[in-house]
Design a protein around this ligand. Sequence first.
Ligand SMILES: [Zn+2]
Length: 310
Amino acid sequence: MKREIYQKIAREFENKRQAALLDAARRRDALYRKCPALREIDGQTAMLSFKKFELGDMPSYADEMKKLADRRAELIRAAGDPDIAPHFDCPLCEDTGRQGGMYCKCFQRRLIEENLAAANLSKDAQDETFETFDLSFYSSSVQAGVQISPREQMKKVLDHCRQFADRIDERSKNLLLVGKPGLGKTHLSSAIAARVLESGHTVTYISASEFAARASANKFSGAMEQMEPLYEADLLILDDLGTEFRTGVTNAAFGDLLDRRLRQGKKMVFSSNLSMNELTECYSERIASRLKGYFACLVCLGTDNRGRKG
Ligand SMILES: [Zn+2]
């Protein structure tokens, strides 16, 4: 997880909490003005707690405290029960972001959102998780000439992707998701990204054409900073391989990217509308052999789902 992202969210939570507390204090002060006796009671309650703290043991403490609390409740009721409690976004952690010594769910959700945004993944992609991947969109009938129904095949692909994401630190082949458009390849790569981000790793996303454009621009400007996240992220997701405009420069940059990440054992997920054979014909021998040797090719089957999802 990127430190700046964590700090940004921690600051956001602190501000949110302080704003809620300040708002509650303002409402309470307004009530004090209408009902000075309440201010008196709150003052006495604070004094009593302090006395108990000073004395340590104080037998009458519980009784006195209860008397004050009862009187307070009475006064608030008489004032028409105004709402003077702080309004936190998250009642579980009261906007501290922590609960029971762990990050609260709300804090984790923000971390994932921010990491996805930093990974260059869209808002849509943020809803594309393993949990929302729906196998019922895929037919369970086996087509002539194929061994397996789309649904069975996609179940295998889904399981493979999930395992890959859960074991991002272990040695395993990279993934190449191939198949026609609309079969869920982008959904799967977003789901992998979300899972990998959840486990505190960094992810970066780029389309093949964006990569080619960036590689060409950098070749001539000499600015390498734009390429750094592609080398450094724990997981690189590269979509639509084979659709980019290829030149000697882009092929060399792609070959370097592959080699550098493979050497460092950093994982990659590529997707393409082309088959493995078509892909290896698109690229140089050097790139083709890396794809064949270091990527597990997962074939997506079925008919275009995009219309049905609505
Ligand atoms: Zn929370």
